[in-house]
Design a protein around this ligand. Structure first.
Ligand SMILES: Nc1ncnc2c1ncn2[C@@H]1O[C@H](COP(=O)(O)OP(=O)(O)OP(=O)(O)O)[C@@H](O)[C@H]1O
Ligand SMILES: [Mg+2]
Length: 332
């Protein structure tokens, strides 16, 4: 077993009397994608900045190790092992894309020829070769973001921090970015990712942690997190009030919505459960106009965990008012 790429124990950060991180523990295995989720202002960028040596924890935290080095004792060694794409662009708009890349190569002390080769290769990989000689201020938002990440990869870091790397990218560029992250991980790189696109975490992350009020409120694989929220259901919709009323009587455990002429039946969405519902409708001679199956997704998890609701079976839950979990459909 190799050492984890990143470990933090009791990570703390306060600004004045405002506590942003209140004792956060993290472990990221080498060659995996770890995604930190949380609402705006939860402290994701703060965590990234501390772990990448850009700011120091305060008051003192427990031990933080990144890339095999103690962050407090050996910040230079940590810096040599990592690459960081911040939430806000590090691209210099006044110079060209290529010059931005070569500047990074210089910062990494790459020999000139090697720097040129790395720059050309990365510009090609990020589909920026045609724009390489143009000033970066003329790039679109998505091109700047791609250049930003290409710059992070100069120097072949073994650990990469990506703070909302795909915010503002169109769906195709986002999928391209996911592909690049997957390729990096295949090469053994460790990726620490923050994102507001929960599908992104679902697609990429080996493990996901949800940060809320300065603490990790849940951690696990996407599948594990989805299991902690109830909310799987079948939804039946009717256009005929009589058919609707018939269904309400036939399915007495369902939650009716008289205005929408629809009802929700709690269900894991398995074939057997669906058939049972359909059999009962058939037996009552009722046909629904629309049937949809809703399985909990990470959006449900996020809303439940960061909206003040209490989740059963989760240790470390702060005492919060007991609110029922609402499935996404009911919230939106
Ligand atoms: N330099 C600073 N001085 C004072 N407060 C700060 C400073 N930097 C961050 N904060 C506060 O710390 C909290 C966490 O900010 P942070 O940027 O880490 O959140 P985030 O989870 O990255 O949010 P977002 O999703 O909006 O990017 C916020 O309340 C922010 O106002
Ligand atoms: Mg942020």
């Amino acid at each position: 077993m190799t050492d984890p790429a990143i470990t933090a124990n009791g990570l703390r950060k306060s600004y004045g009397d405002k506590t942003v991180l209140d004792g956060v523990d993290l472990t990221v295995a080498e060659g995996t994608v770890f995604s930190l989720l949380g609402p705006n202002g939860a402290g994701k960028t703060t965590a990234v900045k501390i772990l990448s040596t850009l700011i120091s924890p305060a008051p003192a935290s427990g031990e933080i190790r990144v890339g095999g080095h103690d962050l407090a004792a050996s910040p230079h060694e940590v810096r040599a092992a990592i690459g960081v794409t911040g939430q806000f662009s590090a691209v210099d708009g006044l110079i060209t894309g290529e010059e931005n890349m070569l500047l990074m190569a210089d910062l990494h002390h790459l020999p000139k020829a090697e720097g040129r080769r790395a720059a050309a290769e990365l510009l090609e990989r990020f589909d920026l070769t045609d724009a390489a000689k143009k000033p970066a201020h003329s790039y679109s938002g998505g091109m700047k973001r791609r250049l930003d990440i290409a710059m992070t990869l100069v120097g072949s870091p073994r650990i990469i921090f990506l703070d909302e790397p795909t915010t503002g990218l169109d769906p195709r560029s986002r999928h391209n970015m996911w592909q690049i992250v997957r390729e990096l991980v295949t090469d053994g790189v460790t990726v620490f990712l923050t994102t507001q696109y929960l599908q992104e975490a679902d697609e990429l992350a080996d493990r996901i942690a949800v940060l809320n009020d300065g603490k990790i409120v849940a951690e696990g694989t996407a599948e594990e997190l989805k299991r902690i929220v109830p909310g799987g259901h079948v939804r039946l919709r009717f256009t005929e009030p009589t058919a609707y009323q018939g269904a309400v009587s036939a399915l007495n455990e369902a939650t009716p919505d008289d205005d929408a002429l629809s009802l929700q039946i709690p269900s894991g969405g398995s074939q057997r459960e669906l058939r049972a519902v359909l059999d009962r409708l058939d037996a009552a001679g009722i046909e629904a106009d629309e049937l949809t199956v809703h399985t909990p997704d990470l959006d449900d998890v996020f809303i439940a965990l960061t909206g003040g609701a209490t989740i059963p079976n989760q240790p470390n839950q702060p005492n919060q008012p007991n609110q029922p979990n609402q499935p996404k459909d009911a919230v939106r």
